[in-house]
Write a protein that binds this ligand. Structure first.
Ligand SMILES: NC(=O)c1ccc[n+]([C@@H]2O[C@H](COP(=O)([O-])OP(=O)(O)OC[C@H]3O[C@@H](n4cnc5c(N)ncnc54)[C@H](O)[C@@H]3O)[C@@H](O)[C@H]2O)c1
Length: 383
């Protein structure tokens, strides 16, 4: 497929980000053998879709997602709608034989996600769940360091994703604070990123214990009137991994002083790494195998300058020395998926990966409800 025509569903924050990535691949990658265009856009009304299509130069405008999904001139369905809509859209896109790029989380729960992962695998379509943080330069370097054995056996991790967005109770709630639309609260919205990162870097989860927190049960609702939230504002997890490692994950949208505070440390028997999204140019590495001279020598954590260093065919723009950004990870994620489409090879992270993340989320919610540790296998066997 030389020109890949993407049908975009939703044009909020992520619809815009994906369209930016598609439009700008040619600047970031040199001599790529394929091109991609937004061939169709579907939002909540035809008028809005048309105005977006005209403003951004997208192909056709749609008001009905079925028309977009079953269009012959669309190759890829790119899902950027609220979480509750993903499941039905995914089923239709798979039945239409379309290739799929879907924002996280895949669905509302493990049952839906496992069904979609099975359907996608049976149909053999190329599909990808957007866990964009995997595509940040320091995370790619972290994976390399772990795979080359520089940490040795991984013993523990701590991971957190902190926002301050829910501290203001007078600010209208959004759909991410509605359990029925989001599938949960912060555990789903931010937790899916942390669970995926620890899964990517440390391996599969075996069991979790979790506790939720709603500190402000009453706040302004979606329309501004007084409203009671049922979605967790913070969530705290203790995790056991299949390989014996243990870790903690802290998620919160009620953290004063936090902005986009995704951070983690991973500790192995021979060394450690740590990363903060607010300092995205660096991966911190500690080599525990170095002997410490009497006065300390050069021992201690070092900052690896990952900056904008991406593998070929990433070109000279922006310069590999240029500081990195959240958007650059999305560009890489989109490129990796479209390259898989062009070469007809499987894409990662897969819908099976997405289903594992969703099983961990379900296990954490069940743990919170029943006040006990829950094995991931219990969730997997329950469907
Ligand atoms: N990977 C990331 O960095 C990241 C960040 C934020 C959100 N997300 C995910 O992206 C998805 C979208 O989140 P967002 O923040 O862009 O939400 P948003 O509220 O900003 O945008 C949602 C869009 O979907 C549209 N929409 C709603 N119902 C629709 C329908 N029936 N048909 C077509 N369009 C419809 C809305 O008009 C809006 O344009 C969610 O799954 C979310 O979890 C991912």
């Amino acid at each position: 497929m030389k020109n890949i025509r993407v049908g975009l569903l939703g044009f909020g924050a992520m619809g815009k980000a994906h369209a930016y990535c598609i439009d700008n691949l040619k600047y970031f990658f040199s001599e790529i053998p394929f091109s991609a265009t937004v061939g169709g856009i579907c939002t909540t009304s035809y008028e809005r879709s048309l105005s977006i299509a005209e403003q951004y130069g997208f192909g056709r405008a749609f008001a009905d997602e079925d028309e977009l999904i079953f269009s012959d001139d669309i190759d890829v369905i790119d899902i950027c709608t609220p979480n509750a809509m993903h499941y039905e859209t995914l089923k239709k896109a798979i039945s239409a034989g379309k290739l799929i790029y879907c924002e996280k989380p895949l669905c509302l729960n493990y049952k839906e996600a496992a069904e979609i992962a099975k359907l996608a695998s049976e149909s053999g379509i190329i599909c990808n769940i957007v866990f964009n943080n995997r595509h940040l330069a320091p995370i790619m370097r972290a994976k390399e360091i772990i795979e080359e054995g520089s940490l040795g056996r991984i013993l523990s991790f701590s991971c957190e994703y902190l926002h301050n967005s829910a501290l203001d109770t007078k600010r209208n709630a959004g759909w991410k604070q509605r359990r029925d639309v989001c599938g949960g609260g912060v555990l789903v919205d931010l937790g899916s990123h942390c669970i995926d990162l620890m899964y990517f870097l440390c391996g599969s989860f075996s069991s979790v214990y979790g506790e939720s927190q709603i500190a402000f049960p009453e706040r302004a609702g979606v329309d501004g009137s007084p409203w009671k939230t049922d979605a967790d504002e913070a969530f705290y997890m203790l995790c056991n991994m299949e390989n014996g490692a243990k870790g903690t994950i802290t998620l919160s949208k009620i953290t004063s002083g936090a902005n986009d505070g995704l951070a983690f440390s991973i500790h192995g028997e021979r060394g450690s790494i740590s990363f903060s999204l607010m300092q995205p140019n660096y991966l911190r590495f500690y080599d525990g195998s170095e002997k410490t001279p009497e006065l300390g020598g050069y021992c201690g954590y070092r900052d690896i300058e990952c900056v904008g260093r991406y593998p070929a065919p990433a070109g000279a723009f922006p310069s590999p020395k240029a500081p990195s950004s959240w958007l650059r990870g999305h560009v890489q994620s989109m490129y990796d998926f479209l390259r898989s489409v062009y070469t007809s090879t499987p894409s990662a992270p897969s819908f099976d990966d997405a289903a594992h993340v969703q099983a961990v989320i379900d296990a954490a919610y069940l743990s919170d409800k029943e006040n006990r540790a829950v094995k991931i296998s219990e969730i997997e066997k329950s469907i």
